[in-house]
Design a protein around this ligand. Structure first.
Ligand code: ZN
Length: 222
């Protein structure tokens, strides 16, 4: 805790001053262009990996970067996404999974989270992912199975995202774009789902204009 308090002193004494103008501007209102949905995992720093400044990203985080589908209950996720899409008018939504995801590990090994009833219930929103893995990825195991699960889950959650009325409406208008990313902790690389090849590709090879809509086959593991 002491480390964090020292960090705040350091922020106020050093980092804040050169950015004071930006913060004063932001105090009048926010206009982020991107909703960034990712896992709560401490090893991901959305602003660091995108080099975004305060005010750039509207961020939603939870275990497993999960988006409960429409009708799943009045959760904070639907409210946060609705606000971002219908009130702030974000132009892009990124769902970013990550390597070594504990939530996806729990999805594959439900007995290991059996003593965590809230986690188990939460992971039911990723049941489609679990079934896709069981029925299509029997040839994989260990780290490769986990990585493929992370990738498939990003795609499943993008589909859930489309069921939300505010998102569906903006997609029809064509002024909202969805993106599926996976962040690899050990290399700092980001892979994006490319709809044409139906694979996750390095970000440099990704065309952000094409939405990740149709999935035609199982993905290669990055
Ligand atoms: Zn995670």
């Amino acid at each position: 805790m002491q480390k964090l308090i020292q960090g705040i002193h350091q922020f106020q004494g050093k980092s804040f001053v050169p950015m004071q103008g930006l913060f004063e501007q932001l105090a009048k209102g926010q206009k982020p262009e991107t909703l960034f949905i990712t896992c709560s995992d401490s090893r991901i720093d959305p602003a660091l990996l995108t080099q975004a400044k305060p005010g750039d990203l509207f961020i939603l985080r939870n275990a497993g970067n999960i988006v409960p589908p429409h009708g799943a209950g009045n959760g904070g996720e639907a409210a946060t996404i609705e606000f971002a899409v219908a009130a702030l008018g974000v132009k892009d939504i990124i769902i970013c999974g990550h390597s070594h995801c504990g939530a996806m590990h729990g999805l594959l090994k439900p007995d290991q989270v059996a003593a965590l009833p809230a986690v188990s219930a939460w992971l039911s929103h990723a049941e489609t992912t679990r079934r896709i893995m069981r029925d299509n990825y029997g040839h994989l195991e260990g780290e490769r199975l986990l990585t493929a699960t992370v990738e498939e889950n990003v795609l499943v959650q993008l589909e859930n995202l489309r069921t939300l009325p505010a998102v569906g409406s903006r997609l029809v208008r064509g002024d909202l774009h969805l993106h599926g990313w996976v962040y690899k902790i050990e290399t700092g690389e980001v892979f994006a789902y490319d709809v044409e090849s139906a694979q996750f590709v390095k970000l440099a090879e990704y065309n952000p204009q094409i939405e990740p809509t149709v999935r035609r086959r199982t993905t290669n593991v990055i």
